[in-house]
Design a protein around this ligand. Structure first.
Ligand code: FAD
Length: 522
């Protein structure tokens, strides 16, 4: 017999199946010897009280053996000779679009400006060590997109976006641990993601799809309001009439191209701020209300939102036990973001702390029309580069110093490898952002006592939280409102914010595109 129920237990009991059996048996009057297996279906941490509890949804097997359900992949058909869909960008949106296209009987042809996951590493080293930014291969561009060398957090703020569980199961099918199906806040980690991404690519190719690296799209032709040839930077043209545009929010050249070609795009509000690093030990002490975390709890994340000076200010992409990375995509700018390994075992934690921007904030850049927000974002990244010393060093300030408007006379070593330049954040940000951040950090300390400490260091800027541009599309066909056959997709087009939602949007676009092909064929 099998029974399912919810329980709350100590972290130690939750970590040991034998202790769980005793606990569950005693609570339900079942002899422990009869419980053959305890399967954890969902796990979350309740850290609101001093005595931390683990919430579990369990299935117990009483006098019945447990048979493990291995999660496989869908039966992907061979699509070598099937109708083609060109997919620009091999981020989560592009890759999951390709997989869905195959399921729907279409052949995906992926064009990716960057390199495969393995060769990308060399360019990451070059940014970290030599301050050289390759405009086609960096933390945002290359196989797997911005999601590859990330924390791999797999939750989305909005459950309305679609079938999250389906994407998680596919990731397990491609090699992710099945714990991502259990945890309330699943993550994969930078060390595991590249292998999973490579397996997705291998499957696409095995089914007859194509994946082309070092293939930057620089132009496309439009005839009678319908997409036609795609032009690559090497001059090659690819004839097509179905294109999924999944180039991410950092492909400014793509937004420029659309604007130059008078294809409708819209400015979109986004958020911007700094990345703050604390010791993981301090965050654990604050969140778990203890001196030492203990062996049965993971490094703690935090999530915080405040209204400050009429704007939302919130933590974004928090990486427990993680590292701050240089995420610029062009020379002459600096950008921060964060990643963690699967064990989240680094001594530092970091989080983007950003404030909501509104379209009115971009007024000084109004001459750029729908690209005003993008130019505002770029101007801050360029200013930070100048203030930082015109390398990949970032402007940095101790947190209390920043709040009090004092220069930091020295800075501790942080996880940000290219290095820090001590600078007042008022040199990087316009006054309204600077003062909102200053007041917001004081408010943060009221909710997380000890957060506002001079041991924490602010790195600037965190500027690529979401796309500053939306590429409008029809709600039903998902084609661009003006151009037939063009499917704006994923984060860059403004329809996703994170790995999972980008993957879901990729699937949606491929489905819509394949359905329109299949409708014509039949
Ligand atoms: P992208 O991932 O940006 O992919 C776009 C792809 O298009 C890129 O590979 C790019 O090279 C390619 N491309 C661009 N222009 C062209 C062109 N002209 N021709 C051909 N190819 C082109 N999200 C989470 O959910 N959890 C996290 O933990 C997380 N951590 C992150 C950590 C870091 C360091 C970074 C940078 C991002 C992180 N994110 C995280 C955000 C997440 O990676 C993105 O939301 C997601 O990757 C967006 O997917 P996408 O496919 O829409 O775009």
């Amino acid at each position: 017999m099998q029974y399912e129920f919810n329980i709350q237990v100590s972290p130690e009991i939750a970590a040991h199946e034998d202790q769980l059996k005793i606990h569950v048996g005693a609570k339900n009057g079942i002899p422990v010897a009869d419980i053959r297996h305890v399967e954890i279906l969902k796990r979350s941490i309740d850290a609101r009280q001093r005595a931390i509890k683990i919430n579990l949804r369990l299935k117990i097997y009483v006098q019945e053996d447990f048979v493990e359900n291995t999660i496989g992949l869908p039966d992907y058909p061979n699509v070598t000779n099937a109708p083609e869909i060109v997919i620009i960008g091999a981020g989560p949106a592009g890759l999951f679009a390709a997989l869905r296209a195959i399921e729907m009987g279409c052949k995906p042809i992926i064009l990716e400006r960057g390199k495969d996951v393995r060769n990308r590493r060399r360019d990451l080293k070059a940014i970290n060590r030599d301050h050289i930014v390759n405009e086609d291969s960096n933390y945002c561009f290359g196989e797997g997109g911005a999601g590859t060398y990330s924390d791999g957090k797999l939750y989305t703020r909005s459950k309305k976006r679609g079938d999250v569980q389906r994407i998680l199961k596919l990731l397990v099918g491609f090699g992710a641990t099945n714990q991502i199906l259990v945890e309330a806040h699943p993550h994969i980690g930078t060390n595991k993601l590249p292998g999973i991404i490579a397996k997705i690519r291998e499957k696409i190719i095995e089914c007859g799809g194509e994946v082309h690296f070092d293939s930057r799209v620089v132009d496309f032709k439009i005839k009678n309001s319908e997409i036609r040839d795609i032009i690559l930077s090497n001059g090659n043209a690819i004839a097509t009439n179905k294109v999924i545009l999944a180039t991410g929010h950092s492909a400014r050249d793509v937004f420029e191209l659309l604007y130059q070609k008078k294809i409708v795009i819209e400015a979109k509000p986004f958020a911007l701020g700094v990345r703050v690093e604390h010791s993981q030990e301090l965050i654990d002490q604050i969140q778990y209300k203890c001196e030492v975390r203990g062996p049965y709890l993971p490094p703690s994340p935090y999530s915080i939102v405040k209204q400050v000076q009429g704007r939302g200010m919130y933590s974004f992409c928090m990486c427990p036990g993680g590292v701050i990375a240089p995420c610029a995509t062009s020379p002459g700018e600096v950008v921060t973001n964060g990643w963690s390994p699967s064990k989240r075992d680094q001594p530092t934690s970091n989080s983007g702390i950003v404030i909501e921007l509104r379209k009115e904030d971009f007024k000084p850049f109004a001459k750029y029309g729908p690209l005003a927000g993008m130019y505002f974002q770029k101007s801050i990244e360029q200013r930070a580069w100048k203030v930082g010393g015109e390398t990949q060093k970032v402007p940095a300030q101790r947190l209390v110093d920043m709040v009090e408007g004092k220069a930091s006379t020295n800075l501790p070593v942080t996880s940000y490898k290219p290095g820090l330049t001590s600078a007042d954040m008022s040199m990087v940000f316009p006054k309204f952002i600077h003062s909102t951040l200053q007041n917001g950090f004081k408010a943060f300390d009221k909710s997380m006592r000890g957060y506002l400490t001079n041991e924490a260091v602010v790195h600037a800027p965190e500027s690529r939280t979401s796309s500053p541009v939306r590429i409008p599309r029809d709600k039903i066909t998902l084609e661009h409102t003006q151009i037939k056959g063009l499917y704006p997709c994923g984060e860059g087009a403004g329809y996703a914010g994170g790995i999972i939602s980008a993957a879901i949007d990729g699937e949606k676009c491929a489905q819509a595109c394949a359905e329109s092909i299949n409708a014509k064929v039949s």
